[in-house]
Every structure is written in C-alpha cells, then in structure tokens.
Design a protein around this ligand. Sequence first.
Ligand code: ADP
Ligand code: MG
Length: 579
Amino acid sequence: MLRRLPEAVVNRIAAGEVVERPASALKELIENAVDAGARRIDCALRAGGAAWMSVDDDGAGIVRDELTLALERHATSKLSGDDLVEIRTLGFRGEALPAISAVSRLTITSRAAGAAEAWRIAVDNGGVGAPEPAARAIGTRVEAAGLFRAVPARLKFLKSARAEYLAAADMLKRLAMARPAIAFSLEHDGRRVWATPTALNQLARLADVLGEEFAQNSIPVALEADGLRLTGHAGLPTWHRGTAQAQYLFVNGRPVRDRLLQGAVRAGYEELVPRGRFPVLALFLELVPDQVDVNVHPAKTEIRFRDAGRVRSLIVSALRRALAEEGHRAATPAAVTPLVGRLHPGGSLAPPLELAERAAAWQAPLLDPDLPPAAPPPSPEALETLCLPLGAARAQLHDTYILAQTSDGVVLVDQHAAHERLVLERVRRALADGRPPRQALLLPEVVELDEAGADRLAAKADELAELGLVLERFGPQAVLVRETPAALGEADAKGLVRDLADDFAEHGVALALKERLEDIAATMACHGSVRAGRRLGAAEMNALLREMEATPRSGQCNHGRPTYIELKLADIERLFGRR
Ligand code: ADP
Ligand code: MG
C-alpha cells in the first residue's frame, strides 16, 4: 500500500541528515548565532549534549512574528535571491531549527534588536506552541532537551556522554578558530570547561585554542592569487601527529574536512613529513562564493570547488614557500649550539634543544659486550670502512643508537629513524621503477557503476594500468577488473574502483590509487623497520650504514629529523677545550 508519510516522520527522517549527534546540533546553533552577528556565544551541555544543550548569543535576535516561521522547514532569512550561488552566511538551508525541534524539546527565547520585550516559543518533538512573553537582553537563547529521545534508532548510535562531549567541544573550537572577534564559552555538566575572549587577531585566537605551543612552532602562511586567498599558520615539519585531526581547514570561514585540501597539505609538506604523519596547521581559504559549492550535504562540511586544480596549487605553493623560508632561518649558524658539533644538513630543521639532548646520550656509552673492544688493531677492510662517510660500527648504545668510527670523527645513528627512511625509499623505488608489480585476479571482478563512472574509468584505463590497475569496459554500466597493484595485497577491487570513479568525477585524477599506494609505502616502512630497542649485531649495523650511504635523503628520517649526528675529532677537541 502506498501512503504519504506523516509530517512528523518526514521531519525526523530529514533531521537525521542535519543533526547526527549532539555535536552537529550544537554546530547548527552556533552557526545561527554567528550569522546573527553575535559578539559573544555561550554554550552549555549536559551529558555530552544529548540530555540538554543551550546556545546563548547577543546577536540580532528574532522578532515575535518570525519565531514560528523560524521553526518551519526551509524558512530562512539568509538567502536574499533565489539562487544558491552567493552564499555568505554559514546557514542557508533553513533546516536546522526544524530538524533539531523534530528530535528534541526545543525552546527559543529571543529579543530582537529594537524590540521592547523578549518572546519564547517551545516545540515538543514537532508540536509548536504559541509565543509567550519572556525577559532577556537582546539576543537569542536556544535550548534543546532530550535530543533523539523520540528516535531510539538514532539514540543507539550515540557514543558515551564523554565522547559526545569531546566531539562537541572539538566542533566548538573549530568554529571559534575562524571567528577571533567573537568570545566563546563552554559549560559541561554545570562546570565552565572552556572559554576564549575576543582575540586581537587570528594567531592570538589560534594560540588560545590550540595552545602556546602552536604559536611557537608554527609559521605564518599568506598567499593570494586569482581571486583565491590563503592565510593561516602552518606547524613546523618536525611537529606532527598520527592523524589529520589537528589539521584545521576552513573555506570561507566554514570548517571543512576535505580530501582535496588534505591532499594539498600533504603535497605542501612533501619530503618534510612522512606519509601517514600529519603536520598541525590551521589554514583559511577564501574565495568568491560562486567558486565553491557548499550545498553538497545537509551538514555543509563537504564542499566542491569549481576549479579544484587552482585551489590545490595555491595551497601547495603557499606551504612550500612558507616552509622554505623557515628552513633558511632555522639553518643559520647562530641556531646551532656548540655542543652539537657538526650536523648533517638534512637535520637543519630540528630544534637545537633536541640535538643537545641527543648529543648528551654520548656522555655515558654502554658498550655491547658482544662487540670488539673500542680500538682493535685495524684490519685492512676495517681501515677501508673507516674511510667511508659513516664509518665502521663500533657499538650499539641503549639498543637504539649505533656508534660508528670514521676516519676523522664519530657518528651516532638513530637506528629506527634511519631504517624507516631506507624502507620507505625502497618501496618508493619499486613504485617509481616503471610499473609497480601487479597481480592478476583469479576471477576477474565485475564492478557495477553508473554509466558516467564507467565511461570515465574506461577513458583512463591506460593511466590506471600504469599504476597497476588493469580494467576494461564491461557493458554500459560496469567495468571488469583483471589485475590490481600487488602492493595493495588482497585489494577490495569494488571499493577501490568506486573510489576512483568518484575521484575522476570530482578531481579528474586518480588520487585514491596514488594515495593508497603511497600510504602503503609509508605503513610498510613503519612496520617493516627495525624498532628502537632491538639489539643489532656488528654485521647488521654495518649493513645499515652502507645502505644509508647509498640511499638518497637518508640523512633525514621520514619525520624530518636527522637520522645521524656526526662529530668530527676537531669538534670533540673543542668540546674538551683542547682547541
Ligand atoms: P538557516 O540558518 O539555514 O537560515 P535555521 O533553521 O538554522 O536555518 O534558522 C532559521 C532562521 O531562524 C534563520 O534564517 C534566522 O532567521 C533565524 N535564527 C535562528 N537562530 C537565530 C539566532 N541565534 N539569532 C537570530 N536569528 C536566528
Ligand atoms: Mg542555521
């Protein structure tokens, strides 16, 4: 039987797309306050926000007659014309208040600028009451209680109150980063947990949200080209995390998570930070609204750029330029303390303090009893080895560092850092050496797609084959996959092919495949490397030294730190005051 769904059900279904969890409801309420021109936004949550949340602002307020309208679906004061091209506010879909009110008990208390009194309106899971007089200063307070209580299916998916609280706090901080002129505060379970006053500028706000550490370890980024403007602060390459969580990206003041932007950041730090590690940064991209579509998903965190290539290259060049300038600054002789002696050029970005600490490991070497004593009568081969740049291994210290003797000094190698770089370079070479090895599927796999997707993949079949993925057109709405890149192991051909079709549709290039291969290189490098703390024999240590000599970039580990430190005899003499 075909029937129309009751309005309440329709609204709940629609609500699911806008508000997934307390953090997304909070985001919508804060965005409304921002759009209303607030200078101060105070948020409060109970039990992570699911039990109750409120957002109080000193913005323009809502006049009495519009309170009811504000709760109707697709009612908005923010789109002046009829097109979605010129979107300058955070909200525009007119969906948030009706969505939140469909899944909670919502109250709005508001006094419009110029109005003599405030009005309150209450909605209980969809049923709208009449506005009643209330008292408050100019601005708006929205409260939502019992979020999702009437939607058990959704309630089941909420995480613990703690996890929901953390997600909401993260959301609030992201929004706060983009609005230094607004003061924000957050209360959880009756306690003030966070607050940031009006900030003088972007960096002051970033430092307040991310910590002083961010201000000290980041450099300004600013570049403008053909209608695009990128500003913000980028962390030094030596400061990075295991996830992209601390990469804060904003487009026209809107926090976004976007693969294209993340890829551009990665490319900007190429060679400075390893695959699989993520520098900390906050970047703000501004472009004329008609160059970007934010109307991709109700939550508005997904975006599409009209000219993705230009956006990418702006970010890459802005980062490279900023980081290159910083490289010169850190490498000035004044930055190198005398204790450290000579340092491989690759290590120039490491802060002097860390180097001093590393060199301190020197003071009390623990000799491995299995190794020959420090000064054996040199054999002819040993003499030859001494003349190689990294010399002959003499001892392993703390199961972590290799101590080697060269013709005119000593070298201390961080075994894990060095090995990780060697493995990464090996995997990369295999990728770059013509074609990466591929494996034939026992049974070629048919992957069904829409016609446009199948067209695009078929058109790029040659390019994909270069990367190890062999496929061909198979009827109007499918492709047949015959071979996949061996490095992917038991590849999920369906998932990969669909991702690729999306990539082509969105960016015109096979980002997914290249990225997956590069990620795999980094993961293999990390997992395949000698851990710090493993005891190595003399032969193993010497083999490592020789491979380092033969491998480009081996002076710097995948994390941008030096893999070894060299002290010339002259440096040592200076340390002892002999010269
Ligand atoms: P949108 O933000 O997309 O317009 P919402 O459902 O979030 O849709 O809000 C509907 C309307 O309610 C807004 O267009 C605005 O006119 C009004 N409104 C909501 N919150 C506030 C607020 N905090 N201050 C002033 N007006 C508000
Ligand atoms: Mg809104």
